[in-house]
Structure formats: C-alpha cells, structure tokens
Design a protein around this ligand. Structure first.
Ligand SMILES: N[C@@H](CCC(=O)N[C@@H](CS)C(=O)NCC(=O)O)C(=O)O
Length: 251
C-alpha cells in the first residue's frame, strides 16, 4: 500500500489515522509513504493524476485500487482495519461519519479558502478580496461554534476519540495560519490540546515535518510554505488542465 501525501492538513488526517491504528496494534507493515511536492507541481504528473484525478493530495494506492479524497481514505482504512476509531454498528458508525462528511464539506473548504485569501493571494486586489475574506471568516467562526456545541460535555467529537477528531483536528489546529480564531470559544482550545497530547497524533503530524517543528514552524519553513501557497493560489495556475501525456492521448 502506498500513501502519496504532503505535510498539509489534508495529508495529516491520513498520517494521524495510520499512527493511531499502529497505537491500537495494527502495524500496517506494507505501507510506504511517498511525498508529493505540490509547490513544484508534482500533483499534475500523470502517475499522480491516475491515483488522484482531482490532482490534490492525499491519495492511496492499495494494489490495483486507487483512492483520492482524504476523508474517503479515512473511511476506507477505518473499514479495512476495524477499530474503535470507526464503530461497526450502523448508527454509531454514522454518528462518526456525519462529522467526517461535515468536515469535508464545510471546515476544510472554508478554512482552506480563508487561508488562501489571508496568506497567499498577493496578486488579487485588496478591495476584491474584502468580501470573500469577510464571508469565510464569518462562516469559519460559525462552524467553530457548531463544533464547540458538539464538544459540550464530551472529550472528543463523538465521545470517544474517532475518525471525526482525526478529520477535524489538522484544520482547526491551524487556526493561526488561516486566522479563524478559536480563542475564547468554549471547549475548542481544550479539545485541541487533548487531541495533540496523543502519541499517535504526534507521530502523524511529524510526516514531512521535523519533530521539533510540529508545533512551531521555523521562519524558513513558513517562508517556503507561503511561497508554495502563493504559487498554488496564483490566478494563472488555477486551471492547469490534464497532464501533458493525457492531453497528447498517450496515457
Ligand atoms: N477535498 C480534498 C482536498 C485536498 C487538497 O486540497 N489538497 C491540497 C493540499 S491540502 C493540494 O493537494 N493542493 C494542491 C493544489 O491545489 O494544486 C481532500 O480532502 O483530500
């Protein structure tokens, strides 16, 4: 099995699950991790595009089977290797999956767009950015209010630690980078600390990042990530089309 990934929130969801499964005694001994340099356009290469038609990390290759979308990969690995992270019974399972889908449909896109407008869209006129910035900030705060209410009286999103926490945590922990503040919203800071304290989470967050930079990036890393983000967000790069060999009908 090969995980094609990069050190980003969507990538860390899967690496955290892998390390949490290992904590539970599921070794995933055949797993190889390959890093895709998205700031250099490796996601547009034909081989990666076959694994991930959407040309975004992460992707999983399991024998002949290819899978894109971080939350689909979470569910696939969660079902392939049964554990308390994804209950087997229908209702408890969907209690978890509804929050995984909520993350994929709401928190990821809103935090990702807010981050992009806040940090990377240098080529966009400030007046043109004002409305989307306001919109994504307001919606981000609303989503954090929803999460806070769900955490009321619970240590983790669905009571026990599960795929729901794994899907949500990498985006919420990055609130300083996306500038969607969680300070003062009840329950959220305590939940972030609780999830971060888990050894499996710590190892998962270290994929593609030196251990001493998990919580605080060096100035050089910040600059590299910002430069990579600007390249991805630059308007001329938003529609790259198919990779060269597919366009030429050779694949
Ligand atoms: N919904 C997708 C989003 C994946 C995604 O946006 N990946 C980003 C990194 S976090 C990426 O590969 N960006 C490269 C690009 O936009 O070209 C998922 O959850 O897997």
């Amino acid at each position: 099995m090969r995980l094609l990934t990069a050190p980003t929130p969507n990538g860390w969801k899967v690496s955290i699950l892998i390390e949490e499964l290992r904590e539970l005694g599921i070794p995933l001994a055949d797993l190889e991790v390959e890093y895709v340099d998205i700031s250099r356009g490796e996601q547009f290469q034909p081989e990666f595009t076959r694994a991930s038609p959407n040309q975004k990390i992460p992707a999983l290759v399991d024998g002949e089977f290819h899978l894109m979308e971080s939350c689909a990969i979470l569910q696939y690995l969660g079902e392939k290797h049964p554990s308390p992270l994804l209950p087997l019974e229908l209702e408890p399972k969907f209690e978890v999956l509804q929050w995984v889908y909520w993350q994929a449909a709401n928190v990821g896109p809103v935090f990702g767009n807010k981050l992009s407008y806040t940090r990377y869209m240098d080529d966009v006129d400030p007046a043109a950015k004002a409305h989307p910035l306001e919109r994504f900030a307001t919606e981000g705060r609303r989503l954090m209010g929803v999460l806070s209410r769900q955490l009321e009286g619970r240590d983790f999103v669905c009571g026990e630690f599960s795929l729901a926490d794994i899907a949500l945590y990498p985006w919420v922990r990055g609130w300083k980078w996306s500038k969607i503040p969680i300070v003062g919203i009840p329950n959220l800071e305590a939940w972030v600390d609780r999830v971060r304290a888990r050894p499996g989470v710590e190892r998962g967050l270290a994929y593609g990042v030196p251990k001493d930079e998990i919580d605080q990036w060096s100035a050089a890393r910040k600059q590299r990530v910002a430069a990579g983000g600007r390249t991805l967000a630059a308007t001329e790069n938003l529609d790259r089309g198919p990779p060269d060999d597919e366009a030429a009908g050779r694949s």
